[in-house]
Write a protein that binds this ligand. Structure first.
Ligand code: ATP
Ligand code: MG
Length: 586
């Protein structure tokens, strides 16, 4: 139950600290039960006339004081040890989860919302940590102290203890069933919370859209509904917890009443001394903590089990894109790419996105990949990066089958500028040097110059130390694209893939970047995805993609002669440029 399968090994890792904590706990629990005994001796002594002067009380009182002091220190020690362990375990699990998350494939991230993933890291991990900290502490303390107390109560008066134990046992069973129900309610609450955090996250990311469409009030209302749902589910869960605790309280009051009545009869009959009844009642009060502790533990355990299950499922989710045991490592690819009968269907899609593609790219070529929006250009390069699996023989790099190459070896050869240009909230320098722990200053400036961003950066107050994103300046779409290009260039990759990476810059800047690339990328392969003819017309070769198929391959001049689709695209774009110019002059 508490030994959660996935996390069991942590008990071994922190085993010594656990054992020390538990040993101190047992000692504290044992000595604390000496106090009622000493009190009994005092009461019986005073009543029986053996204790007559104050001096006789010093020894028992000082013993009690000593025990209390020892208990305080002991409690501090075992709590800090056991709760400290829970924090260590939490940190370890969190690192394991993050490491696992980075290994999961693209498909996982398309299906899973970021908010949901974050709730594994925050809510679920917290529930598991509580189980390892307070939960475990309460369970052990409850069992040890409860066990000791029951033994003493039985030896003092077994009959009275049986009467007290029957309702207590009944209470245990009741709590167990309520706890089962509580677990379900907690899960409902957690799911609802996840939906709400997803919604909030998406709203913040899309705040500009919300404002532009004047949807603030409507979105707030939608959020309120989600928040109300979380509230309802929380209340439902809370009601159950409260019911459990109130029932326990009521039962305890009834049992105390019964003990008092039963004890009074025994005293009247002369079978029990008043000192013994006091001792017995103090034991019973001591027994309350174990009963509460165990019921709390069940509560925490219910939540933690639901959370732990989600964490396991997450940790056990296997990435589908992994290295084969025989994956080829440490080879140098020459930069050539061959695509043969490449057909690809997204895992959650029914129709293929890429259909029977065939073309070759020679090492060192500058190749344009041109196609209308949605034609499959980004999909194609994502396959080059092995973000999704393809069949063997469909894609080869320098003679090596993509499916045989180790992921790291393949990706080390590729510099990729994704279409969405993701940059970190970090300095420009660290963004460009992302592939390295430290980037050389000369190299930094060199790649920034090739990407035509150097002059822009020099205009910023902090230059390359300028912070980007949430914690710093917001740069334009075109500047973002160029910082991303510099980041990919810094790797000096054998194959550079630019996915629509100059779409947000003007044609003059575009020309400058292309001519810079031509100079520095001699002998290395460069793929440029584009919509605009101007981006690709001067490249060595253009692969035209239409609805997931290769419509034609050749230079600009060749395609102008042979491919009607290309001629059409050229005509259309010339017309667009003309309209643009006329509008500009009007
Ligand atoms: P653009 O020029 O607009 O960037 P593109 O040529 O890069 O377009 P892709 O992004 O490759 O087009 O998309 C090709 C098709 O695959 C589209 O119809 C798109 O809806 C679909 N698609 C893209 N990503 C996924 C995904 N993760 N799951 C299912 N289908 C997808
Ligand atoms: Mg695309």
């Amino acid at each position: 139950m508490i030994l959660l399968k996935h996390f069991r090994h942590y008990y071994l890792k922190y085993g010594l600290a656990f054992l020390i904590g538990i040993a101190i706990l047992v000692a504290v629990d044992w000595y604390q039960l000496e106090i009622p005994r000493i009190i009994k001796v005092i009461i019986n002594g005073v009543e029986g006339g053996t204790i007559t002067v104050m001096d006789q009380l010093w020894t028992p009182l000082l013993t009690i004081l000593g025990i209390v002091a020892g208990m305080t220190i002991g409690r501090f020690l075992w709590r800090i040890t056991l709760i400290g362990n829970s924090r260590r375990i939490e940190t370890d699990i969190r690192s394991e989860m993050f490491k696992h998350a980075t290994k999961l494939d693209q498909n996982f991230y398309s299906n899973e919302k970021i908010g949901g993933l974050m709730s594994y890291f925050i809510n679920d991990l917290n529930a598991v940590k509580e189980l390892y900290g307070f939960g475990l502490l309460m369970l052990i303390d409850g069992l040890v102290l409860g066990g000791f107390v029951l033994v003493r109560m039985f030896s003092l008066n077994w009959e009275m203890t049986l009467y007290a134990a029957i309702p207590l046992a009944f209470m245990g069973v009741l709590v167990f069933f309520l706890e089962l129900k509580m677990e379900k309610k907690f899960k409902l609450r957690q799911d609802s919370f996840e939906k709400m955090s997803d919604f909030a996250q998406e709203s913040f990311s899309g705040i500009t859209v919300i404002k532009a469409y004047v949807r603030e009030a409507v979105e707030s209302l939608r959020f309120k509904k989600k928040s109300k749902d979380v509230f309802d589910k929380s209340m439902d869960h809370l009601k159950y917890s409260v019911v459990v605790n109130v029932i326990i309280d009521a039962m305890i009051s009834l049992v105390i009443l019964a003990i008092l009545a039963f004890g009074a009869i025994l005293i009247a009959k002369g079978n029990l001394s008043s000192g013994e009844l006091t001792e017995y009642i103090s034991y019973f009060f001591t027994l309350l903590w174990p009963v509460f502790a165990i019921s709390w533990f069940m509560n925490i355990n219910g939540q933690a089990q639901a959370s732990a299950k989600r964490i396991y499922e997450f940790l056990e989710s296997k990435p589908s894109v992994v290295d084969a045991p025989t994956a080829i490592k440490d080879v140098t690819l020459d930069g050539s790419i061959s695509v043969k009968h490449l057909t690809f269907t997204y895992p959650d899609s029914e129709t293929p996105t890429l259909k029977d593609m065939n073309f070759d790219i020679k090492a060192g070529e500058m190749v344009g990949i041109l196609g209308r929006t949605g034609s499959g250009k980004s999909t194609l390069v994502e396959l080059f990066l092995h973000l999704y699996n393809t069949e063997k023989g469909m894609i080869t790099f320098g003679g090596y089958d993509l499916m045989d190459l180790s992921l790291a070896t393949l990706r080390e050869h590729i510099g990729y500028v994704p279409q969405d240009n993701f940059l970190y909230s970090d300095t420009i320098k660290n963004n460009i040097g992302f592939a390295f722990s430290r980037i050389d200053e000369d190299r930094l400036i060199q790649v920034a110059k090739i990407s035509d961003i150097h002059e822009n950066v020099m205009e910023f107050k902090d230059r390359y130390e300028t912070m980007l994103g949430e914690r710093g300046v917001t740069i334009s779409g075109g500047q973002k694209q160029r910082v991303s290009i510099a980041r990919a260039l810094a790797k000096e990759p054998k194959i550079l893939i630019l996915d629509d990476s100059v779409s947000a810059v003007d044609t003059k800047t575009e020309e400058a970047i292309i001519s810079n690339l031509r100079k520095v990328r001699k002998g290395k392969t460069t793929l440029m995805i584009a919509h605009r003819i101007s981006t690709v017309r001067k490249l060595d070769k253009i692969v035209v993609i239409d609805q997931g198929r290769v419509a034609g391959v050749g230079s600009h001049a060749e395609l102008m002669k042979t491919l009607p689709l290309y001629q059409e695209m050229v005509k259309l774009q010339e017309l667009e440029e003309l309209v643009g110019e006329v509008e500009a002059h009007a």
